[in-house]
Structures are given as C-alpha cells and as structure tokens.
Design a protein around this ligand. Sequence first.
Ligand SMILES: [Fe+2]
Length: 164
Amino acid sequence: MPSVLSHHWPWRGVIEEYREFLPVSEDTPVVTLLEGGTPLIESRAIGPSLPGRIRLLLKYEGVNPTGSFKDRGMTMAITKAKEEGDEAAATLFHEIAEVEEKHHERYVKLADRLEQGNLLSGQSEETEWKCLNCGYIHKGSEAPHVCPVCKKPQGWYMQIGFVR
Ligand SMILES: [Fe+2]
C-alpha cells in the first residue's frame, strides 16, 4: 500500500494515484473528476474517549467532486466501460456522475441556507413553498408552520425554484 507521501501533487485522481494496483494499462482511457485525495480529520470528540492511545482519523469523503465516496468506484467503472468499448455504459455512468454533482450542489445550497437560518423563511412575500408530502403550494415569506392540508410540520416544505 502506498503511503500518503508517495502521492503526486497536484492529486491526479484515484486511478493515476493507485495505477500500479489496478487493472489498467498504459492504453486505458482514464475518465476522472480528480476524485479521491480527501483529507483525514482527527476526531476530537470520539477519539479521546477510546481506550488506549488510539488516534481516530475520519476520512472526509464529502469533498469528492460530487460530494460522495461513490466517485472512487465510478471512475473505475466508467474507465473500464470505455476501455471495453461500451460507450452506452460509459455515457450512463457519466450522466449519473453529473446527477450526483447536482445533488452535491443542492446539498451545499441547502446547508448554507440552514446555517444562515433562512432555509424556510426570510424570503419575499412572492416566494412559493411546496409541501413535499401533499403538494400543497403556499405563497409567502416563509413556509407555513404546519401544512394546512396534510398537517405535516414546516420541515416538509421546500422553496420552489430554489434548487433544481
Ligand atoms: Fe402538506
């Protein structure tokens, strides 16, 4: 297993960094989003409570290009599909990666709004909110505290058009 110090900088993606251990050749058309190379973060909450002198490190896979650990496997799947001439599979995997990237963008937008405290409020009076349970549309500066139709709490609402 290569050590962290053996990696090149800048990071070249999982396949290039671990090429010697993977079923690829010099002719393999590597498809990469430069996934992997994610940081290890020391757990200061859990680590100290463990017995012995264990240093607990957590791998932060959310910083992969699409926000998912799945990028690691996808690069190999797409690369091998392309190598074997399966353009349909390669295209499908590429499209899935694009969807995953959109999900990541959505998550980041929602997380930012959540941190700012205006995920479900603080908008203009013209804002439309949709109940994700029953589909009821509410117009106003904030989502209703309780859905007037299905009685689900405010957390079931999403601002229409905020994320696509
Ligand atoms: Fe509802």
